[in-house]
Design a protein around this ligand. Structure first.
Ligand SMILES: NC(=O)c1ccc[n+]([C@@H]2O[C@H](COP(=O)([O-])OP(=O)(O)OC[C@H]3O[C@@H](n4cnc5c(N)ncnc54)[C@H](O)[C@@H]3O)[C@@H](O)[C@H]2O)c1
Length: 312
């Protein structure tokens, strides 16, 4: 493959680079390093890194002209500042349109997009089936849903994977790195009463392998274990791993205003269509993540959500 990975310096993107580069594929990454880091992509034969934004149409077109990708993984996304609607729209809507249009002209063989579970908004039922109505209500969710909708409007051979919380090398968002960092520093923690589904990186990489194949079905797929776990379950796993016994029970507070109490994706359509099923269970997923932090540490923590209040 000649593989273009947008947002390739991010968590998922850099894991994809590490997965596909050793297999001999040519890879070009475009990233503006808004939340990704240049240093996670070392200079290696077969890897080209371009600093810039997918919102820059001329740059995107010149990359397609020069690199001529056969496959695209669109992983770039803006979410860092929930108030910065314009940047979310520039990256997640205009940027996606730029990459989709260029990919159409280049007649790429596969276009793989990643979508947030926030596209479903506050779900009517959990686990959330793939045909659940989309009612996003955050800037990130709204703009990502618009981007995915433009992709769906195209005649590309496209796949959009609606992802559970993927954990693996360089994860710097969400409860696992937050609890790990705070408990290690002897700081207090609180849990929201939210329920989430967690997926190990190896299961994620396996489904990306599958959907990049020319003969794989196209369309929308939920990517999840289908199992919900509370944030308190994550806290307990981190505390046990670090041998921390909190003096007081950890406070459990209601979700913040733009959070969703329960997000668990129903993967049954994906399992039927692709023959894929998550293999790594919750405890092992969290354990692998924590062992990685033990070895490499936690980098900056970003969130697309406004913080829940400990005294709410
Ligand atoms: N990690 C998950 O569990 C998860 C869950 C649901 C959806 N997703 C989606 O997966 C994709 C990757 O997420 P991630 O967790 O790796 O996040 P991430 O922040 O680590 O990666 C996103 C990358 O996009 C880059 N970027 C941002 N704006 C850009 C722009 N205008 N042009 C070029 N690059 C830009 C960032 O610098 C970063 O390297 C995103 O599309 C996200 O919406 C991830």
């Amino acid at each position: 493959m000649r593989l273009l990975i947008t947002g390739g310096a991010g968590c998922l993107g850099s894991n994809l680079v590490e997965h596909y580069l050793p297999q001999g594929h040519q890879i070009l990454v475009i990233d503006n390093f808004a939340t990704g880091r240049r240093e996670v992509l070392p200079e290696l034969p077969g890897l080209t890194v371009v600093e810039g934004s997918v919102a820059d149409r001329e740059l995107v077109d010149s990359i397609f002209a020069r690199f001529a990708p056969t496959h695209v993984i669109h992983s770039a996304a803006s979410y860092r500042d929930p108030q910065d609607w314009r940047e979310d729209a520039r990256t997640n809507v205009t940027g996606t349109i730029n990459v989709v249009e260029a990919a159409r002209r280049a007649e790429v063989e596969r276009f793989v997009n990643f979508q947030t579970a926030l596209c479903y908004g506050r779900p009517e039922r959990v686990p959330i089936p793939i045909d659940h109505p989309m009612r996003p209500f955050t800037s990130y969710g709204i703009s990502k849903t618009a981007g995915e909708s433009y992709l769906a409007l195209s005649d590309l051979p496209w796949v959009s994977l609606r992802l559970a919380n993927i954990s693996g090398p360089r994860l710097a968002i969400g409860p696992i790195p937050t609890f790990y960092t705070r408990l290690k520093a002897g700081q207090s923690c609180f849990c929201t009463d939210a329920v989430r589904d967690f997926l190990d990186m190896s299961d994620f990489l396996e489904i990306v392998d599958l959907v990049l194949r020319d003969d794989a079905p196209t369309g929308l797929f939920n990517v999840s274990s289908g199992e919900g776990h509370t944030i308190k379950d994550v806290f307990d796993a981190v505390a046990a791993h670090l041998d921390v016994v909190p003096a007081e029970p950890v406070p459990i507070v209601p979700c913040g205003p733009d959070d969703v109490p329960a997000v668990v994706l129903d993967p049954s359509h994906t399992e039927r269509a692709l023959g894929w099923r998550a293999k790594v269970g919750f405890s092992e997923t969290i354990k692998r993540m924590l062992c990685w932090y033990d070895a490499y540490g936690v980098s900056a923590i970003y969130s697309h959500l406004r913080p829940a209040r400990a005294n709410a």
